[in-house]
Design a protein around this ligand. Structure first.
Ligand SMILES: Cc1cc2nc3c(=O)[nH]c(=O)nc-3n(C[C@H](O)[C@H](O)[C@H](O)COP(=O)(O)O)c2cc1C
Length: 298
């Protein structure tokens, strides 16, 4: 074997030398090409990753898709007409009176955990939710679904799911400080109001929207938009003479989404019973921060 290699080297060494020289001459050219192409590619990838991370950090509840911009048609036509804005105008005196009266009214709102089973007309719920739907939302995506449950069996099922999780929350998941901070509301894992109140409203945030051809529509800041909408919902419930309870049932989202057969772009944000407070309803005797603790003016 070694003999064959030696004879080949003796016979073909001039060709081997030419081959080696050619390679050495062309090497810088290949290297230049490689380094020219590679940094561009790498820079693009790094930028993509950076942009994705930045987006995720800026808007952690935004799960939509914004790729393929060439074909993209925004959900609201860019040439949607501008129309004159008309709204009631008040004198300064009227403004002051109205704002003070509204504060007095809203200052009476309390979170209620004891309900009467007295029925409430569905039409009232409809206008309350219409009010919630007047909320501003990121890029006017209106990323909310208000699921209104009055069916007795469904309310029982919801209660069973919530109580099963709340028992674990109260005994295991919630840390010492958390349970200590909640002592004043005297809540326990049992939630009788979920079957007592005539309605349970479940607010689902739509983390993305659905567009033609299976494309996902970005729902920018969907959680903030839903939270603002919920604020309007709370005000509308109170304004109608009803009561509610803002609750965040920990770990119940997937089971409740499944029970209510909601699509996969919807995630449970809040659960709110709605009805009349029971005649013996009690609330913690807490106050609210004064203006000088919540407002700074420059
Ligand atoms: C985001 C959020 C989550 C809440 N979660 C619960 C809850 O799970 N259970 C409950 O009994 N109250 C809950 N509350 C109600 C608060 O305890 C209540 O708003 C607070 O004690 C002030 O009382 P008030 O609403 O009567 O002014 C929640 C309120 C908010 C805004």
């Amino acid at each position: 074997m070694a003999g064959i290699v030696v004879s080949a080297l003796v016979l073909y060494w001039p060709y081997l030398v030419i081959l080696a020289l050619t390679f050495e001459l062309l090497r810088p050219h290949f290297q230049k090409k490689k380094t020219r192409a590679f940094p561009d590619l790498k820079a693009k990838k790094v930028t993509d990753v950076y942009e994705k991370r930045k987006e995720a950090a800026d808007d952690s509840d935004n799960e939509g898709d914004d790729g393929d911009d060439d074909e993209y048609k925004p959900p609201i036509a860019p040439d949607v007409p501008f129309v004159p804005y008309t709204a009631p105008r008040y004198s300064e005196k009227e403004m002051l009176e109205r704002s003070q009266a509204f504060f007095e009214e809203m200052n009476q709102r309390r979170t209620i955990r004891f309900y009467s089973d007295r029925p409430v007309p569905m039409e009232v719920m409809e206008s309350i939710i219409r009010t919630a739907g007047t909320s501003p939302s990121g890029a006017h995506t209106e990323p909310w679904t208000y699921v209104v449950v009055s069916d007795a069996k469904l309310k029982e099922d919801i209660r069973a799911i919530v109580e099963a999780e709340e028992e674990i929350n109260y005994t295991k998941r919630m840390a010492g400080q958390w349970t200590a901070d909640l002592k004043f509301v005297r809540t326990e894992w049992t939630k009788p109001y979920l079957t007592e109140a005539p309605y349970i409203v479940l607010l689902f945030k739509q983390v993305y929207g659905l567009m033609p051809r299976g494309r996902k529509k970005n729902h920018y800041y969907n959680e903030i938009s839903c939270s603002i909408s919920c604020g309007l919902f709370l005000a509308a419930v109170h304004h109608a003479g009803l009561a509610t309870l803002t609750s965040t049932p920990m770990n119940c989202g997937p089971a409740l989404r499944q029970l209510l057969n909601r699509p996969e772009n919807e995630k449970l944000l809040l659960l709110l019973p709605v009805g009349y407070p029971s005649d013996d309803a009690m609330v913690p005797g807490i106050g609210r921060k004064p203006l000088d603790e919540i407002m700074v003016s420059y």
